[in-house]
Design a protein around this ligand. Structure first.
Ligand SMILES: [Zn+2]
Length: 448
């Protein structure tokens, strides 16, 4: 029986059902789960000192394309709008293979871990040159993060009037076949699961209506979740009106893409009716504020969604449209963006942190994660608030107003992944070196 005691936290934000906050508290972890919270606890096991620190649940990232860490800040895509941005990047992604996808996932997950993330989903929708979903699953297992990979797909290429080049799209029968394969091989529905697979056709404009419907049927048959991009910007809504004769929310509902086993990325342009539809059906939203700013998509109506009862979580989105992958910074951006559109009292730093933790667990159907409470999984972050970022703060637990965006310690399932600000489960300097080599090789191969 492995035991760890996190001792003497200046503040411990539980995000439990009554949002309890403790001062000077200790937290006992036993066999990967939280066993006890209280003062003056003793242990014969490992001790992690948390004096001068704020302890929170691990942050949960609900939208990412990890492979894109290899195409950050690409000239020609830096200032383009969504569709132009995709056209610039598709030919580069077409050159990827298993190693590019694997190393990119290592980089992206390490960046997330350092910013407080203990559970990430991923949306991989390109499989060029033999790349497979397990290239990312292996990376998550190596670093030790909880992982919800989704088997994405694109099937409408340029020759069929779609946006992606034909070399990046797959036949729909083959997509479904591989979806079944990865669910059977890797999906673990158990409590405390370290890997849950979902199905995620890329977007309504890159796959057929049939594939959307088939994916929903397959997901329900297998008991896995559904994910895609929806209502990201005005172009996206215009495409839906023109091609499907309805708004994105209606399209989703018609194809079986609403419900508590579905979450959609972005939803910047949902109108009042669509918000009511999502609230009533408990359809989740992955809010990606930095990506929305970066691509000029707009401000998602998060305040209205939360007030209506829509489950909202956070996502950093792919590194090519952020271009960073810092989940703590993303939470701050979520808070700030609601204030831009709704006023300074629209969202507190505590509510934004709640969206990043509990909110993520709700959207991903992980009641075993996202809060510090007895019996929950021991996904815990320790933030050092004795440093320069917090100096002079009167409320050191208001991390999103003044505080570190890089963790001191981070544990997943009671296992230490980050110690004293360094990832200890991966040789990160070597991974970074390899990633930079791969980027250089791509630049040398491709024109422009
Ligand atoms: Zn995305």
């Amino acid at each position: 029986m492995k035991e760890i005691l996190i001792r003497g936290a200046e503040t411990l934000l539980t995000m439990d059902d009554t949002r309890r906050v403790f001062s000077g508290a200790d937290l006992r972890i036993r066999d990967g789960a939280i066993a006890e919270i209280g003062e003056g606890l003793q242990s014969e096991g490992e001790i992690i000192e948390a004096r001068g620190c704020v302890v929170t649940p691990g942050l949960i990232n609900t939208h990412h394309h990890l492979y894109q860490t290899l195409t950050r800040a690409v000239p020609g895509a830096e200032d383009a709008l969504l569709f132009g941005w995709l056209r610039r990047l598709y030919p580069i992604w077409a050159e990827f293979g298993p190693e590019e996808v694997h190393v990119s996932a290592q980089v992206g997950l390490a960046e997330l871990a350092l910013s407080g993330c203990t559970l990430s989903s991923d949306h991989l929708y390109v499989f060029p040159n033999g790349a497979r979903l397990e290239d990312t699953i292996a990376a998550a297992a190596e670093i030790g993060l909880r992982f919800h990979p989704t088997r994405g797909a694109m099937s409408i290429g340029e020759s069929d009037g779609g946006l992606p080049p034909d070399s990046l799209v797959e036949q729909e029968a083959r997509i479904l076949e591989d979806s079944i394969r990865v669910i059977d091989a890797f999906h673990d529905p158990a409590e405390g699961s370290m890997c849950r697979v979902g199905l995620a056709p890329c977007s309504p404009f890159s796959v057929s209506r049939d594939l959307m419907r088939e994916a929903a049927l397959l997901a329900r048959d297998k008991g896995v979740m559904l994910h895609t991009h929806l209502a990201e910007n005005d172009e996206d809504v215009a495409y839906s009106l023109e091609n499907f004769g309805c708004r994105p929310g209606q399209y989703a509902e018609d194809l079986g893409w609403t419900g508590e086993d579905v979450w959609h990325a972005h939803c910047v342009k949902l109108d009042g009716q669509e918000i009511a539809l999502f609230a009533g059906s408990r359809t989740g939203v992955a809010h990606c504020p930095c990506s929305n700013c970066r691509l000029g998509s707009g401000i998602a109506p998060v305040r209205a969604m939360r007030d209506a009862g829509v489950p909202v979580a956070l996502g950093v989105d792919g590194s090519a449209s952020n271009d960073t992958g810092n989940l703590m910074a993303e939470a701050r951006q979520a808070m700030l963006l609601q204030r831009v559109s709704q006023g300074a009292d629209a969202m507190s730093p505590y509510e934004a942190l709640e969206i990043a933790t509990r909110g993520g667990a709700e959207v991903l159907n992980r009641p075993d994660c996202g809060q510090l409470a007895i019996g929950k999984r021991a996904d815990v972050v320790i933030w050092d608030v004795s440093g320069v970022e917090s100096a002079g703060s009167w409320d050191k637990a208001a991390l999103l107003l003044a505080g570190p965006t890089r963790v001191k310690h981070l544990l997943v399932e009671g296992r230490q992944i980050v110690r004293d600000g360094q990832v200890v489960t991966l040789d990160l300097p070597r991974v970074i070196e390899r990633q930079n080599q791969l980027a250089q090789n791509l630049r040398a191969r491709l024109p422009g």
